[in-house]
Every structure is written in C-alpha cells, then in structure tokens.
Design a protein around this ligand. Structure first.
Ligand SMILES: Cc1ncc(COP(=O)(O)O)c(C=O)c1O
Length: 380
C-alpha cells in the first residue's frame, strides 16, 4: 500500500490567511471562554444567514450532527431510513447509531445523488425518513426528493456534509430540507479541522438538538461562567464545537465565496483540458445546479482504466482517490445487507477518480496534473 506524505500535487490544500491566525490568536490571548464562547453563536448566526435558514447549531463533527438529528426526530429500531450507498460511511452509520435500518437506494448519473425513482421503489410501511447526500459540492435532485418526502409524509434529512455554499435552482443547500447537516472536517470547502453543523427551519428540532448536543442541559448563559445550578432535562452528549474552532469557522466563512470562486476557476481549467480526452467524462453540472467542487471527480470508461490511471498518477506523485467505494460492499455492511441491487452505484463507483483541486492551485500544478493525465492516455 502506498502511503506518501510528500506529494508533488496533494488532493487538497486548505486556503488560509492572516485573518484566521488573528482571530484565533485573539481568543487564545483572551484566556477565557475557550469552551462555550460567544464565537459559537456568532458562527451559527453567520451560517444560518448564509444559507437562509431559520436556525443553525454547530457540533464537533458532521457525524455527530447526523446522529443528533436522527435522535431529535425520534428515529428508532422499527424505522427504515433511505440512504445512498455511494457516500461516506457516516451517512449509513448514523442510522445504525439509533438502531434503525439503513435502506440503500440507487443513485442517478447526473449528480451521483439518490435516484428519486429508486427512493420510491424502496419506500415501505417502515420508512420514516429519506437521507439524500450532495456529492462533492453539488446538490442532488433535492426538489424531486422533497416532493416525494412531502407526498409520503417522510422526514427529509439532507447530508450536505460536502456542499455548504452550493445551491439548486438558486436555493442554498441547507435551506431546502427539513434538516441539513454539514461537515467542516479537513477536506471540506469550509474547514475548521474538525466540526459540523445543522440547519433547519424547525424550532422544535433546533431546541432538541441543542439539548442533545450538550448533556441535555438547559443553558441560558455560559455554563462555565454561571454560578447557579443547571437543569438537566434529558439524555445528552458532549458534541459541542470548541470556541477556537468556531472562530476559525467565522473567518473561513467570511472568505467562503472567494474560495468557491477560486475552486470554480480551477475546475474550469481542468475541464477545458481534460474534456479533450475522449476517454474522460469531466463534471458537467446541469442547469440550476451550482457546483462548488469540494471534489473534482472524473469518470473513466471502466475500473481497469481507472485503477491504472490512479497508479500512474501515484507514480507521478499526484494524489488521486476513489470517492466512494459503495458502503454496502464494505466488510462491515456486507453482514447487514445481502439483497442490495444497486447497479448505478456499482457502475459509478467503478469509474470515478477524484483528482487534486484546491483554491490556490498554481498554473504549473494544473499543467503538471493535466499533462500527466494526457501522457497516461497517449502511452496506452
Ligand atoms: C457525505 C458525508 N457525510 C458525513 C460526513 C461526516 O462528517 P465528519 O467527518 O465531519 O464527521 C462526511 C465527511 O467526511 C461526508 O463526506
């Protein structure tokens, strides 16, 4: 197995500047409220305004945001949740955390998101919720899926972990579903190292997640600055984001649109070059789908060519990776689901390769990447 740390071209690089350092430094020097500081609410207000939702809560990861959301909706062991297998494992794991059953539906080829028809095929009397995922910085067919959720009276929980900042038909991800979750882990467009958030228009869900996130405790002021007794009204966890992390989130969010613009320009460069190679399909968002390129994923004709290209790029010290191998085919999930027929998921998973893209990718890096891919096809 290859494990290199000194890549000529890494898969991603974080865009950071003095603003990030200055804000963090200010809080460190403040010497107080490193937990439960005012920057947490400030970040939540900024996110909810950015996506245009009524409520936002930050958490310590996207995974705990998923877990907290399922708990808040009271999902339990009798329930089935429709999820994609073409996703990061946490999407399905969160359903198991609450002892419910992840029911894998197939994806479609336009957005690599859940296929509305496959969702319909998988709904039964136990189905409680649909949990679509927005792949790599582009929304799925969320309005078609929302219509199904409304018609069938199902809860729509969107895994927008990879797509803060993108929009469908002019509406930002985070403003469309009943509740949307985001991740700010290291490879996301807005990253705080680790972190997550939920957005919702439901005050009830907001209040529930707030309790679940922090020990089931009613906090009217900063617990650590409050000398009186606190009231604990339910079972909760410690899934809070730290103040330092929130500060990084504030300063990253201030430049998110600039970061997205840089990513889109680099994606355009890659697409212009790579679309000249007939064996490659470059990302091609449909009208109304704003792609922010959290990942730049190409499609090859088959698994053999994909794997050969991956090996070739590795030898060139260019980092590429398969996002995603289907969840239902992981060692852990094969024991839960033996009857999955997910032909599109399996086909797409055998063809995709995510290649480097980051905001401050310089011309030489882009040229080295695209020339190396051309060299691979010329040498065949
Ligand atoms: C689609 C998807 N869902 C959930 C997660 C989990 O987020 P986190 O890593 O912040 O726990 C991720 C992040 O990697 C993701 O890509």
């Amino acid at each position: 197995m290859i494990n290199m740390t000194n890549w000529k071209i890494p898969l991603y690089k974080i865009y950071t500047d003095d603003e990030d350092v200055n804000l963090i430094t200010k809080i460190i020097k403040r010497g107080s409220s490193w937990a439960l500081g005012p920057e947490i609410e400030e970040l939540e207000n900024s996110i909810k305004n950015y996506v245009n939702a009524d409520y936002c809560l930050t958490l310590n990861s996207g995974t705990s945001a998923l877990h907290a959301t399922l708990l808040a909706y009271g999902i339990h062991h009798d329930d089935e949740i429709i999820v994609p297998s073409f996703s990061f494992i946490a999407t399905a794991n969160s359903v198991l955390f609450v002892n419910a059953k992840p029911k894998f539906a197939d994806i479609e080829e336009d957005t690599f998101g859940l296929d509305p028809q496959s969702i319909l095929d998988n709904i039964n009397s136990k189905t409680k919720s649909i949990m679509p995922m927005d792949y790599g910085g582009q929304g799925c067919k969320i309005f078609d899926i929302k219509k199904i959720a409304e018609d069938k009276n199902l809860i729509l929980i969107e895994d927008g972990a990879e797509s803060l900042g993108s929009s469908v038909n002019g509406k930002k991800i985070g403003s469309i579903s009943d509740t949307t979750i985001f991740s700010f882990c290291g490879n996301k467009v807005l990253t705080t190292g680790e972190g997550g958030a939920i957005t919702t228009n439901s005050q009830e869900i907001y209040e529930k997640i707030k309790l679940i996130r922090s020990h089931g405790r009613i906090d009217t002021s900063n617990y650590f600055n409050n000398p009186s007794l606190s009231q604990y009204v339910g079972l909760g966890y410690n899934w809070r984001m730290s103040t330092l992390t929130a500060a990084l989130g504030i300063s990253q969010l201030q430049k998110l649109d600039k970061i997205i613009k840089m990513r889109k320009e680099n994606a355009q460069y890659l697409s212009n070059s790579l679309s000249k190679i007939s064996q490659i399909r470059v990302p091609n968002p449909s009208a109304g789908y704003e792609h922010i390129y959290q990942m730049y994923t190409i499609r090859l004709e088959n698994e053999k060519i994909r794997d050969d290209l991956h090996d070739f790029l590795t030898k060139k010290e260019i980092f590429s990776k398969v996002y995603f191998h289907p969840i239902h085919k992981t060692q852990f999930y094969t024991k839960f689901n033996t009857d999955n027929k997910l032909p599109v998921t399996e086909m797409i998973a055998s063809q995709v390769l995510t290649i480097p893209l980051y905001p401050n990718m310089v011309k030489e890096e882009k040229e080295y990447l695209t020339n190396s891919i051309m060299e691979f096809f010329e040498s065949r």
